[in-house]
Design a protein. Sequence first.
Length: 452
Amino acid sequence: MVTEGRGAPKEWMPRTSILGRLWRPLVQDRKTLAGILTWTGIAILLGFIVVAVGAALFAPFDPVALTDEKDIPPLTNAPVRRNETFLAWTGTWINLPAAQQVDGAGARSTTAGALEDVTSFPLRILRDAVQAVGIAVLILPNGTDPGQYLEVLVSDDGGATWFPPYAIRTQGELVRVDITDLKAWTAAELSSTAFVLRLRHASEGSVSGNLTVDYVGATATWLTYWHLMGTDPVGRDVYSRVLHGARTSLAIMAIGVSVALLIGVPLGLYSGYRGGNRDKALVLVMDSLYSFPGLLLAGLIAVFLGKGVVNIGLAVTVIYIPLYFRVVRSQVLSTKEEQYVEAARAIGARPWRIIMRYIAFSVIVAIPVIFAISAADAVLTAAGLSYLGLGVEQPTPDWGLDLASAAEKIDNGIWWSSFYPGVAIVLMTVGLSFLGEGVNDLLNPLLRKERS
């Protein structure tokens, strides 16, 4: 530690250290435009990091589970109405599949007292907020003899017990019977295994004859959960997926930019200091990579590596290695001509010691600027790859993937499942761009001189 004079506080971070050269402008120039941009970017980035780390705590639902009805609007408990027919049956009636739709054929019974249990109604009720339950029956008059009618019994426990029968005598019209007040219905009691209807052929007196039923169905109305950002086209909570999608985007960004830094910076230091044919070869390779459109190059690499967070992170890496290389090499070419570097050579310092001790110290300050700007671009590139189907796979929470799956719904007025992931992409990109531009203005000597 050093002191500035008698009674002066000790410096906990020397001005000439790498951290000191970064931290002091952030504090001293925090009220300037560059400082405001930088601190705003830092706040946004830290906010997304907190969201990513605490996504499991903040998210109200499992991001990959089908928790509710599809395309539920934000900030509402929407009523969902179901009208479904049976998918399974057991009994003595004839041609039961004909009672699954109104087609004029119908299922038939020829003996009074004949029973048929129909079940597996795909009502798919996901919440115990049932508002109405009913049954729908259509008896065909041209296939039903006089004196014949239908009794319908209801079971909520898979046929173990039955409620009293409902007699249906009307023919030629769809009869709806409201059974809401029969009991306090739950989602489990209306499941495909618990809810059963028993069809019993009844007749006036002891007269027997034909009874034809053209349709048997069950109806239900229930309220969805309350969703801050609605649900997506398959019924997943958009808010939960946006929170967990921050993990995916930050992970891809961190892998892509960090690996590019670890490869591009050493290569730039070596190439700029060494020079010669090796430098020319490296510059040729990096310029060739840099000339490709970033999304196209990442997409080609993703095709070979395959899908997944790690593979997409590595595909994004290739885009930014030339960026780190070019910036660092340019800095090295100017720094290696400084007198203190010449002095180090004169006293016999080894090349790698000169690079790491004298040159890297001056070059490393430019790295945070490149890191922030490339991170912002990496978020967009990763989202673009997922949107094109080359990124992560379903059901992984990912902003670009959710944009792609919801894009076709926009014309139908279902905007929320694509709007909120898009806002998250824009917000993170803007935050990282603010950070990069602000740090560049704070650390660039020429820009600092212009501001002063």
